[in-house]
Design a protein around this ligand. Structure first.
Ligand SMILES: Nc1ncnc2c1ncn2[C@@H]1O[C@H](COP(=O)(O)OP(=O)(O)OP(=O)(O)O)[C@@H](O)[C@H]1O
Ligand SMILES: [Mg+2]
Length: 389
């Protein structure tokens, strides 16, 4: 085992304080250990000199102290796969779209980017790709600004809201043109067309594509260069159920290989299934950066749903012990402040029949709504709200 200083000693050609080491082995996640002596790492200085190949003579150290939901870091200054925002701010005239945002997106997990309409998600993603310049602060991928990467397409595959696809081009020709800019072969173009399920329409004009087909083409573009980082703004918009399930599995597989997945979506149920970690913003500001499990748990205590033909009498028995009892329908109670065991024992003691006794876990949607209520710029009204005006 070697530590960071040992690695730096190996790299005597690059006397540096700040090295960035990245595995070139496609089948290894960036945080995997490497068998000696075949492993070769790409090493770069953070002063943006080109990458050089350097042999590693032994295994990289695994940091067993790393938090369990994060891939472990082989060396302290290892930035591979990281997206890092530091005090990121973006103003459009008087409008502060992104306000002093600092976060790190880690490899090896799917990170969901949540926030109400106009919260600044797309603006942040555009800044990651260098399409918008920060007013203040920095945002880097793999330790560098996006524009400073020699092969940006190979570093980050992106799908943004607005796509610049010529409507007169076929899907295949669009991808071939994109591939040519990164010296990617035709075989890979056909491979990604097949992966996203567009083989039958690959020669059709993109202008005639449905929303979901356009979305699949956007995902194909993002996957084309087999990047280590995937950045997807609302990727499931317009996808049919088969497409939604496909992209969920794809993203999970990407993260399992140790790659970085950062995606925005307003579909909370889908996000809950896909993401391990959430970054939530509201009015440009960071509201939460935590694991999905902790975020959902933060929504408050769980509720026990009870269905019984003696619901009203059961409620009377439970009332001294529960914090809240709601009669949500005829014969149905939602009980807070008691476990399902306690309720079951109380019901058995009174010889009441139970048809259902189930703990309703908090949902991502609930946690999100509670957190972002104040930050919603565009409020909707129910029909009854309007009726009362
Ligand atoms: N080019 C621009 N010029 C002026 N204002 C802009 C521009 N781009 C974004 N904004 C403003 O910045 C704010 C953030 O917009 P952004 O598109 O990043 O939000 P979002 O979180 O992606 O929202 P949504 O969920 O609706 O996609 C909005 O108030 C928007 O009007
Ligand atoms: Mg957006």
């Amino acid at each position: 085992m070697i530590s960071a200083p040992d690695i730096e000693q190996n790299l005597t050609a690059i006397p540096c304080q700040d090295v960035l080491i990245k595995a070139t082995h496609r089948r290894c996640g960036p945080f995997d250990t490497f068998a000696a002596p075949a492993a070769v790492c790409r090493v770069a200085r953070r002063d943006h000199r080109p990458f050089v190949d350097a042999p590693l003579t032994t295994r990289l150290r695994r940091d067993h102290d790393a938090s369990p939901d994060r891939a472990s870091l082989p060396i302290d200054r290892y930035d591979a796969g990281l997206i890092g925002a530091q005090h990121l701010t973006k103003r459009y005239g008087d409008k502060v779209a992104v306000d002093d945002l600092s976060f790190t997106v880690q490899p090896g997990v799917v990170t969901g980017f949540l926030g109400p309409n106009g919260a600044g998600k797309s603006t942040t993603m555009r800044m990651i790709l260098g399409l918008d310049a920060p007013t203040k602060g920095t945002i880097t991928v793999n330790g560098r600004r996006f524009a400073e990467h020699t092969h940006p397409l190979r570093e980050v595959g992106a799908l943004l809201e607005a796509r610049g696809v010529h409507p007169g081009r076929s899907a295949r020709n669009h991808l071939l043109a994109l591939a040519a800019t990164a010296r990617i072969g035709t075989a890979r173009v056909d491979e990604v067309i097949d992966m996203v399920g567009l083989s039958d329409v690959a020669s059709k004009r993109v202008g005639a594509f449905s929303l979901g087909m356009g979305q699949r083409l956007g995902i194909a573009s993002a996957l084309l260069a087999d990047p280590d980082v995937l950045l997807l703004d609302e990727p499931v918009n317009g996808l049919d159920p088969d497409g939604v399930r496909w992209i969920r599995n794809l993203l999970r597989g990407f993260a399992d290989e140790g790659r970085t997945v950062f995606l925005s979506s307003h579909l909370m149920s889908e996000m809950a299934l896909t993401a391990d970690h959430v970054i939530v913003i509201g009015r440009g500001r960071l509201l939460r950066d935590q694991s999905m499990t902790d975020f959902i748990a933060s929504a408050g205590g769980s509720v026990v749903r009870v269905r019984s033909p003696q619901a009203a009498r059961l409620a009377d028995i439970l009332r001294p012990h529960a914090t809240v009892i709601d009669m949500v329908a005829d014969g149905v109670l939602d009980v807070e402040g008691m476990t399902s065991d306690d309720i079951g024992i109380a019901a058995a003691g009174a010889q009441f029949t139970l048809f259902e006794l189930s703990t309703q876990a908090g949902s991502l949607e609930e946690a999100y709504m509670v957190l972002t209520e104040w930050a919603v710029d565009f409020h909707t009204h129910t029909i009854s709200d309007r009726d009362h005006q």
